[in-house]
Design a binder for this molecule. Structure first.
Ligand code: ADP
Length: 573
């Protein structure tokens, strides 16, 4: 039965019974009222009249007033005859009274009248008794009916009281518990209500919803699992080692390649704290070094050399920071890092081959070039050379000088690349370095009528430097400055202490360097487009290597049209 019908029937029946109870009660109360009224009107009044007639009769001999009192009550009694036999008794009393009026001295007539009055009283008292019994029966009946209706009301109210709250609350409770389960992602939850009412319908709708949620959840989960597997396989099949760390540097995943080069077992790597593994594993230590203490400057990380599978491999480390913006939030949340190692071994091998080739070629070229120079000098000494021959010899001299400087630079570069720079760092005198460099470029400067101005304190501190290499760098700065400055301009060489360092700078009045190329001029083989073809693009790259190898730093301030200021800093000794 439906809840609505149940409630309507229960409450309706209760209402009906209360109505019946009220009707029955009021009917019986009415009947009781009629019964008592009947007694009051018919019998009580008669008794009152007869009592007054009796009293009047007692005083009738002494007081003439009593006679009229008697007659008055007799008249009232005549119109209040209600019982059988009462009429005859009253008529008799009236007849005896009439006789008494004519013969007031009679002694028998009052006695007869008393007998008549007494008969009337008896009749009425009997009637009162009878009517009281009827009223009692009515009250008894009333009691019975009211009690029956009351009991029925009570039983129905009790049944409703016991069943109705449970009937409504229990399914609501079951549904609430199930909804809570669903909220806790327990999508297996179902509600089993055998009722065919509104709650039954609600339960079946709930079950349908739970089933759909479960299906949705399962399908999502399986899709996610497939996607996860796909990404895992993808990462595993990558030839580059990949390691994923969470925000606390716990290793979340590592592909086959990463596990192979780490030389560890998967289960000993995954789920472990990277810092703990770093204690015993060199590779992991190297990999997380930058994560633990990020570099201040953007110096390029050196390739990591790893010995695995019986050969040396070179990797470049790339650390990708992973952060997401969670749904509904605006701020970014850091999730961890992914370390990707790019295998650069083939390039490194090619690079080695190239460096070796350059080193060999430039070394092998030095001897024939020197012979050419020597040959030219001998020819000049021998004399007998005409003007055009002299011009040819000058050309050969210039070219062989250039070739020598180029082969020198190439040799330097191959030294740098193979990591074979032999530095002899010692306490060096900056004045000496400046002198050496200025002397080396004097002739070139004079040729272009460029003034070399040296601004140096008399008492410069000593610096920690390899004199020869530093002088080479300064010479290179000066050579460039002369090359890229107009004739009759000025080049200023300045050396100043700056905190714990000493700054060497070379300022020219040349065309300057476009901001676009400023970051690239220290790269190997880079030449600003449109600049002199005479150079190799190696000079500044080698300068950078030399200075950084000595623990210093190098840079340039320049703007198109307002000259350049190349500088390097070295530590005080
Ligand atoms: P190069 O042998 O070509 O001079 P460098 O490495 O010494 O090679 O210089 C790289 C490039 O930087 C040059 O091609 C030139 O364009 C630019 N450059 C270097 N010094 C100066 C300077 N003083 N003024 C303007 N440009 C310069």
């Amino acid at each position: 039965m439906r809840i609505k019908t149940k409630l309507t029937l229960g409450v309706g029946l209760l209402f009906l019974l209360i109505l019946v109870l009220a009707i029955v009660s009021s009917a019986y109360i009415n009947r009781l009222k009629n019964d008592t009224e009947n007694i009051l009107v018919s019998n009580y009044n008669t008794l009152e009249y007869t009592r007054k007639m009796m009293l009047a009769l007692d005083e009738i001999q002494q007081s003439p007033m009593a006679l009229s009192e008697f007659e008055q009550n007799l008249q009232l009694q005549k119109v209040n005859v209600t019982e059988t036999g009462e009429k005859e008794a009253t008529q008799k009393l009236e007849a005896h009274y009439m006789q008494f009026r004519t013969n007031t001295a009679s002694a028998t007539l009052p006695a007869l009248m008393r007998r008549d009055i007494s008969l009337i009283m008896t009749l009425n008292m009997q009637a009162i008794q009878r009517k009281t019994q009827i009223a009692q029966a009515t009250a008894g009946n009333g009691n019975l009916w009211i009690a029956t209706a009351g009991t029925l009301c009570f039983i129905i109210a009790f049944v409703l009281l016991v069943n109705l709250p449970g009937n409504i609350a229990n399914p609501v409770k079951a549904l609430t518990a199930s909804i809570q389960q669903i909220a806790n992602k327990n999508y297996n939850q179902r509600v089993h209500l055998s009722q065919h009412d509104e709650f039954g319908e609600l339960a079946s709708s709930f079950n349908t919803m739970a089933e759909k949620l479960q299906e949705y959840n399962n399908s999502n989960l399986s899709e996610l699992l497939v996607e996860k597997k796909r990404i895992e396989t993808l990462i595993n099949n990558m030839h580059d080692p990949v390691i994923g760390l969470d925000e606390n540097k716990k290793i979340l995943f590592a592909n086959e390649e990463a596990i192979r080069i780490s030389g560890m077992q998967r289960e000993k790597l995954i789920g472990q704290q990277a810092q703990d593994i770093a204690v015993t594993n060199d590779l992991i230590r190297t990999l997380i070094r930058e994560l633990m203490e990020p570099k201040q400057n953007s110096a390029k990380a050196r390739p990591i050399k790893i010995f695995a599978d019986g050969k040396e491999s070179y990797f470049e480390e790339d650390i990708v920071t992973i952060s997401i913006t969670p749904t509904g939030e605006t701020g970014k949340k850091h999730l961890g890092h992914v370390i990707v190692l790019k295998n650069i071994t083939p390039f490194k091998e090619l690079d080695f081959a190239k460096t070796n080739f350059i080193a060999t070629v430039s070394h092998e070229l030095k001897t024939p070039i020197s012979s050419i120079k020597l040959g030219v000098q001998l020819l000049e000494k021998e004399g007998g050379i005409n003007e055009s021959q002299q011009q040819l010899l000058d050309g050969i001299k210039d070219d062989s000088n250039r070739l020598l400087s180029i082969t020198g630079e190439l040799l330097n570069l191959s030294q740098v690349e193979t990591g074979n720079i032999q530095l002899s760092i010692q306490q060096s005198n900056p004045h000496k370095i400046i002198r050496y460099a200025v002397d080396a470029v004097k002739v070139q400067a004079d040729l272009k009528q460029i003034a070399l101005e040296v601004k140096e304190d008399k008492l410069l501190p000593l610096v920690k430097a390899d004199e020869e290499k530093t002088a080479w760098v300064l010479t290179n700065f000066l050579t460039n400055a002369i090359r890229y400055s107009p004739e009759k301009s000025q080049i200023t060489i300045e050396v100043n202490p700056d905190g714990q360092q000493v700054v060497f700078s070379v300022k020219d009045q040349g065309k300057g360097i476009d901001a676009r190329y400023k970051d690239r001029i220290f790269d190997r083989y880079f030449q600003v487009p449109g600049s002199s073809r005479a150079g190799t693009g190696l000079g500044l790259a080698i300068c950078k290597e030399f200075i950084e190898a000595q623990g210093g730093s190098i840079g340039v301030d320049s703007e198109i049209g307002s000259g350049s200021n190349f500088y390097f800093l070295l530590s005080k000794a």
